[in-house]
Write a protein that binds this ligand. Structure first.
Ligand code: C5P
Length: 232
């Protein structure tokens, strides 16, 4: 039996959105990269010149910017839009947004608003959600929970390889930035990044996107073999 909901968690730069997107095309599921929604909040905070540590200000901005967020299901995963504009076209991976987002994502009232959007999508049909707390908090009922585990060195190398960083940024600097973000996401009190007890951990250091997607697709067809454990 195919899982209705697939939770895809993992640290920064572990390939959740790439894998999730490829999987969505393969399985015809909706796919929500939940990091984009938190990034939209961080952008609102920066645009307003607000203090990311001011909870009331951040919650007010979240309520405003998330009000019109909608997820449109398509055959290839779907589109998250705000006021008709896809979030993927909003340059939400800019450095200042990336630095700010863990600070705004730690407030429970912000997470509640985002959770409501996520749960609405889940209730509408088969869904893949990529994030940090999907298997533990957002969708504890998900039939398939995956945690992508990739070494810090490999994650940084992939970012450099994809030229997803400033030209002069070094491997050591990318590693430092990823580690810092992971620590903030792991140490926060609300919905910290955790591996769900019943998650399958997939180490993708030596795997291509296609190989990883093949493994997950097989798990969806043979649900009983997807026992909790570690795959390398
Ligand atoms: O996945 P991405 O790197 O785009 O996420 C950006 C940030 O959004 C994370 O570092 C984290 O602070 C926050 N986030 C979260 N919970 C999620 C997804 C993202 O707190 N489910």
């Amino acid at each position: 039996m195919r899982p209705k909901t697939i939770a895809l968690d993992g640290p920064a730069g572990s390939g959740k959105s790439t894998i999730g997107q490829a999987l969505a095309v393969r399985l015809h599921y909706a796919m929500v990269d939940t990091g984009l929604i938190y990034r939209l909040v961080a952008r609102g905070v920066l645009d307003d010149g607000a203090d990311p540590d001011d909870m009331d200000a951040v919650v007010g901005i979240s309520a405003r910017v998330l009000k019109d967020v909608e997820v449109i299901r398509t055959d290839t995963g779907g589109v998250i839009r705000v006021a008709g504009r896809p979030l993927s076209e909003m340059r939400l991976h800019a450095d200042d947004i990336t630095r700010t987002v863990p600070r705004v994502a730690r407030f429970e009232r912000v997470r509640e608003i985002v959770r409501e959007i996520q749960r609405r999508v889940i209730s509408e049909g088969p869904t893949i959600l990529a994030g940090r707390d999907i298997g533990t908090v957002v969708a504890p009922e998900a039939e398939l929970k995956l945690y992508l585990d990739v070494s810090l060195q490999e994650r940084a190398a992939r970012k450099l390889w994809a030229q997803n960083v400033d030209e002069l940024t070094t491997q050591a600097e990318v590693e430092r930035q990823l580690a810092e973000r992971d620590q903030l996401d792991r140490d926060r009190e609300t919905s910290p990044m955790r591996i769900a007890m019943d998650a399958v951990v997939i180490r993708t250091d030596k795997m291509s996107v296609d190989e990883t997607v093949d493994i997950i697709t097989a798990m969806c067809g043979l649900e009983s073999t997807a026992a909790p454990g570690v795959m390398t």
